[in-house]
Design a protein around this ligand. Structure first.
Ligand code: ME8
Length: 520
């Protein structure tokens, strides 16, 4: 038996300096949908998310909360893990940078970079943003009227002066530029690639990769008064997840990652520092880094823990439903670009795309089947041209979805599938099966069969985005669990006439405002 191709996907690991917000939820859901798509498409998938728990930002927030860093991060990491589960995600590992296997893995990465001659001891004097956990050159900072300074992303910087280990990043400039040229989609989407290329062309400085003025981090091998710079520690989670440095780990074959899904604000770390560290350590490079956009609150404001305008993902899931929220994130926002969230936009999608387009079609056709076909998948008579065209459209949906997924264009995948749903609605309306009961029941059954078969394929394809609702729909269509992968799409898996079906019930109720106004 041929072995399935592997697919290793990661999300960014989330800082544990505050509770999860909608931006984290968005990244997790999008990543989960990609992982589910690949699993259904026959890949051997390993998908990982988790938490980034070390560093000065987390240590300071813990102190402000009167807790030890470990006690503090334990509470927040639990909340992230709960969010992953609440949002119906299917990650294979939730990694924490305080996990026991992460220290030996990261120390080994360090040793290999050191053995390659890329690490030296010196003194760092410069600007540091604790909020970004990033060093900034003076020219990247701006002096404020009150005498303070802001770094590249508009966050406050402080002057840091201490002994530090450095990584010879400067000497990787040419190799990095060659990488962006040889692997044009290493940085995706294209607009982000241009940003990175011009940053690297502008010249690189060696990077400070250890700190001595606090201790909440991984100790540098052989010099434990230094802790590793939190980004060395954090980035290496991706390698730790594959069992590094044990070549016999059951997960060793997953490295290199097929894609790191991250937000656009942390592109530099993933597409400049990370490949340079890996080249230095002699490890293969991830195949792609995809920088998604930001989900912005109504009015365009950025959401962040530090700004305090967090929209709680648990509340959103309670208000709208998990699958509805997942669908909204992935349909409304072009993956890769920024998108906006509002109560009106969410209920618009729920009522139009879900309740009307797919919900009504399923409800109407399945109720007619229950009533007229003894609750069994109807018999299929000779097919007309319009039946053939309808089935051909559904049969062609997988190829389109796969093509869109080469760029992780989840919004295109959904738009294409909804075009099939729209066509199915036209087909159903044009064929008026409700009028055929008296005149031509055999023809009625064929129309109902074709409609149900199209819904089957739509449901299979939409599982990555709305796993629970589509499982319910596939139950209503009598599709057995083992016939729900993409291999069952198209002709091979056609509904079997005569299969007994359960009593139909609604999948997507309309969203009705609760008494007293908006719920969210
Ligand atoms: O950056 N919309 O952690 P983090 C969409 N620990 N995505 C958003 C967002 C928003 N409003 N706000 C944040 C870190 N994100 C590091 C990562 S990886 C080795 C270390 C995204 O908790 C953000 O871009 O600040 C990032 O990809 C992820 O959420 C975690 O952000």
């Amino acid at each position: 038996m041929a072995t399935a191709p592997k697919f290793y996907l990661t999300t960014a690991i989330h800082y544990t300096n505050g509770p999860p917000h909608i931006g984290h939820a968005y990244e997790m859901v999008a990543s989960d949908a990609i992982a589910r798509f690949k699993r259904l498409d026959g890949y051997d998938v390993f998908a990982m998310t988790g938490t980034d728990e070390h560093g000065q930002k987390v240590q300071r927030t813990a102190e402000q909360n009167g807790l030890s860093p470990k006690d503090f991060v334990d509470g927040i990491a639990t909340r992230f893990h709960e969010m992953e589960q609440r949002l119906g995600c299917s990650f294979d590992r939730f990694i924490r940078t305080t996990d026991a296997d992460h220290l030996p893995s990261t120390q080994e990465l360090w040793r290999r970079m050191e053995a390659n001659g890329d690490i030296y001891l010196s003194k760092y004097a410069g600007w540091y943003s604790i909020r970004d956990e990033a060093f900034y050159g003076e020219e990247e900072t701006t002096l404020q009227p009150d005498g303070t300074r802001l770094g590249g992303q508009g966050t406050p910087v402080e002057w840091v002066e201490e002994e530090s280990y450095f990584f010879r990043l400067k000497s990787y400039q040419d190799r990095l530029l060659k990488l962006y040229e040889d692997v044009p989609d290493f940085v995706s989407p294209q607009t982000r690639r241009n940003e990175v290329v011009s940053f690297v062309k502008g010249g690189l400085e060696d990077l400070s990769i250890s700190r001595t003025t606090f201790d909440w981090g991984l100790p540098v091998p052989g010099d434990p008064k230094h802790v590793m710079y939190v980004w060395v520690d954090a980035l290496n989670n991706y390698v730790t997840g594959t069992g590094f440095p044990d070549p016999d780990s059951p997960r060793a074959h997953y490295w290199p990652a097929d894609v790191h899904i991250i937000g656009k604000d942390i592109l530099r770390f993933h597409t400049v520092y990370w490949p340079a560290f890996l080249m230095s350590a002699g490890l293969p490079l991830p195949k792609r880094v995809f920088g998604h956009g930001f989900l912005l609150a109504k009015g365009g404001e950025k959401m962040s823990k530090s700004l305090g305008n967090v929209v709680d993902p648990f509340e959103l899931a309670d208000t709208y439903g998990v699958d509805q929220l997942r669908y909204f994130f992935l349909r409304e926002v072009s993956f890769g670009q920024d998108g906006h969230y509002s109560h009106e936009a969410i209920i618009g999608r729920i009522n139009a795309d879900l309740a009307n387009d797919i919900g009504n079609l399923a409800q109407r056709s399945l109720s007619m089947i229950a009533k007229n076909c003894e609750g069994r998948v109807p018999a299929r008579g000779a097919l007309t041209e319009s039946d053939e065209a309808m089935l051909a459209l559904a049969d062609g949906a997988l190829a389109k979805a796969r093509a869109a997924m080469t760029d992780f264009a989840l919004h295109v995948v959904l738009a294409d599938i909804w075009a099939v749903v729209a066509e199915a609605n036209r087909y159903f309306a044009a064929n008026e099966p409700w009028r055929l009961s008296k005149t031509d029941p055999a023809r009625r059954d064929t129309v109902l069969y074709v409609t149900a078969e199209v819904i089957r394929q739509v449901a299979i394809l939409v599982q990555p985005v709305m796993p629970a609702a589509m499982a319910k729909l596939l139950d209503l269509l009598g599709v057995p669990a083992e016939a729900r992968s993409f291999a069952a799409l198209s002709e091979g898996g056609r509904l079997a006439s005569g299969t007994a079906l359960p009593a139909p019930s609604g999948i997507f109720p309309r969203y009705v405002e609760p008494e007293g106004g908006e719920a969210a």
